[in-house]
Design a protein around this ligand. Structure first.
Ligand SMILES: [Zn+2]
Length: 53
């Protein structure tokens, strides 16, 4: 599993193999390919704060 964590809140975790259905992110999508207006659902940070865990 490839996991990313928001480095602002440390609460939001994103697993590439699962995607995020709540945010309409299909499985297999890397954070670099998220929409530019993506925001962390916990703290509102932009996608540049998703760091590989
Ligand atoms: Zn966050």
């Amino acid at each position: 599993m490839t996991k990313y964590v928001c480095d602002v809140c440390n609460a939001y975790e994103y697993i590439v193999e699962k995607g995020d259905p709540d945010l309409n992110i299909p499985a297999g999508t890397l954070p670099a390919d998220f929409p530019d207006d993506w925001e962390c659902p916990v703290c509102g940070a932009d996608k540049s704060h998703l760091q590989k865990a």
